[in-house]
Ligand binder design. Structure first.
Ligand code: ATP
Length: 199
């Protein structure tokens, strides 16, 4: 699996439709300070489902939408798509190519797509779980991240290792199963109460 293409429109400094084509191997992005290099990493993080504005270097989610300049009006929405080559089936779907898209409107409405089909944020999280590319995975090492990993508590540091070991999806399923069990237990108690009342 490798990242083939990034399509951005209206995201941070990318007011115009911008297509970044990548090839296997190492790609470097160079440019003057403030030209938008880190905004590319933010765009990748965002489309993978990042919900924390702090991690996107903003103060509110609207900050990811192009805010306008001396020459241009602000845009009302932004959209980012990542296209991944999946010939090796690293992602657990049958497609050779997978495109994930996130779109947000200034009104706050948010949309997600996998291969142009509307989906939920949960589907995006599940698609990337244990692939190293998820929202909290280790594929994006931001400025200060290494220092953070070295200084935080061992429990906090475990996340990336669990993702690399491929156990995140099992932990996630266990949490879901536990929630369903709790709900079922609560329903049973209610049924017992109703039966007791009827007797
Ligand atoms: P450096 O080399 O200093 O780290 P960089 O190339 O990584 O810089 P970025 O941090 O990616 O630059 O981009 C910063 C630029 O993005 C700033 O000029 C900022 O005004 C612009 N920017 C950020 N958010 C928005 C937005 N919502 N609308 C318009 N421009 C934005």
């Amino acid at each position: 699996m490798y990242l083939k293409q990034i399509d951005v429109v209206g995201f941070k400094s990318f007011a115009d439709k911008t297509k970044i084509v990548l090839v296997p191997g190492v790609t470097g992005v160079v440019g003057p300070n403030g030209s938008g290099k880190s905004n590319i990493a933010d765009a990748i993080r965002w489309v993978l489902g990042e919900q924390s504005v702090r991690n996107l270097r903003g103060s509110k989610m609207e900050d990811v939408i192009f805010a306008g300049s001396d020459l241009r009006r602000p845009t009302n929405l932004c959209e980012v798509s990542l296209t991944l080559d999946n010939e090796d089936r690293h992602l657990p779907v049958v497609f050779d190519e997978v495109t994930v898209t996130r779109r947000v409107f200034r009104s706050g409405e948010s949309e997600y797509f996998i291969n142009r089909q509307p989906c939920r944020l949960k589907d995006i999280h599940e698609l990337f779980m244990d692939t190293g590319l998820g929202r909290e995975a280790y594929s994006i090492i931001g400025q200060g991240k290494i220092e953070e990993m070295l200084s935080t508590r061992p429990e906090d540091r475990r996340g990336p290792f669990e993702d690399a070991a491929g156990i995140v999806k099992f932990k996630h399923r266990r949490r879901e199963a536990k929630r369903n069990l709790d709900e079922t237990e609560a329903n049973l108690v209610r049924v017992e109460d109703i039966l007791a009342e009827l007797e």
